[in-house]
Design a protein around this ligand. Structure first.
Ligand code: GLN
Length: 279
């Protein structure tokens, strides 16, 4: 099993970016920097065997990050497993929007609803040294990963994680204080569309992090009702949204007493992030 064999196998299996992925697989197994992988990288027989196992998983559409167990998001590396939604580059849009508001308004606390791996919350804590963060998720398994990531990034002292389900639990008794900012990338795929997602997503990301109910908007409807009471005066809420959901989510939140400040598009030109302020 050579570097070239891996590239060929991935490209025959129609995996996009076979060279990049081969490089990342070899780097993970040989514990070297991906930039140092090339045709002359020495691969021991034991490593070749490991590589062949990982290659089979990738050909079976397991995403690369879930094979190697971690993924970069924004500036940091996060542990990921099948218990958490893989961090997506599109979500960096809301992260940047949140950073701008936190800095400009001097916000001191943030709650992340459906924190998953913790990639949004923990990146904010890393960037803003005096920020206090609360991560909530209904999945205990996801929270275990988020806590490990908090420790890996050394922000465990400013982060607190709580298990709760916004459709069931009373968040006002779960959050220890009112917060200056709520961020969320809730499940927003309409139930009927989940089956149409790529294998990588529908088989290896948790369904609970994707399925937004019949219209894809169920979580927004619930968050719009509960968020106001959890927010300090002049607090903000920043949400990731799915394709063609901007106007609907805007009106859901406006009906519940929020003003929409901004709609931000992703790099593909799709409206991807909404910012609201509590009236
Ligand atoms: N962006 C994810 C996807 O396309 C969905 C994440 C979500 O529902 N919040 O698969």
């Amino acid at each position: 099993m050579t570097y070239q064999d891996i590239i060929s196998a991935l490209s025959e299996a129609h995996i996009p970016s076979p060279r990049l992925e081969a490089r990342l697989l070899v780097a993970a197994v040989c514990r070297i920097n991906p930039n140092d992988v090339n045709a002359t990288t020495s691969i021991t027989p034991v490593q070749a065997k490991q590589l062949s196992t990982l290659l089979q998983q990738r050909i079976a559409h397991k995403p690369l990050d879930k094979i190697v167990g971690h993924r970069e998001f924004y500036k940091y590396d996060f542990k990921v497993t099948e218990d958490v939604l893989s961090p997506r580059p599109d979500t960096e849009i809301m992260l940047e929007a949140a950073l701008e508001i936190i800095k400009k308004q001097g916000l001191k606390s943030v709650a992340d609803f459906g924190t998953g791996s913790g990639c949004i919350l923990l990146s904010l804590l890393k960037e803003i040294p005096d920020l206090q963060g609360f991560g909530i998720d209904k999945s205990a398994a996801a929270l275990r990963i988020a806590k490990q990531n908090a420790e890996l990034l050394n922000v465990q002292n400013r982060s607190m994680f709580m298990q709760a389900d916004w459709f069931v639990d009373d968040f006002s008794s779960i959050l220890p204080q009112k917060v200056d900012l709520i961020v969320s990338n809730p499940p927003y795929i309409p139930s009927a569309d989940v089956a149409l997602l790529d294998d990588e997503v529908k088989r290896f990301d948790p369904l609970d992090a994707l399925d937004g109910g019949e219209d894809g908007l169920q979580s927004y409807k619930k968050l719009a009702v509960i968020s106001g009471g959890l927010m300090a005066a002049n607090a903000y809420i920043i949400l990731e949204i799915g394709i063609k959901q901007a106007q609907k989510v805007q009106s859901i939140f406006e009906t519940c007493g929020f003003n929409c400040l901004k709609i931000i598009k992703d790099l593909a030109g799709i409206e991807r992030c909404l910012i609201f302020v509590k009236k």
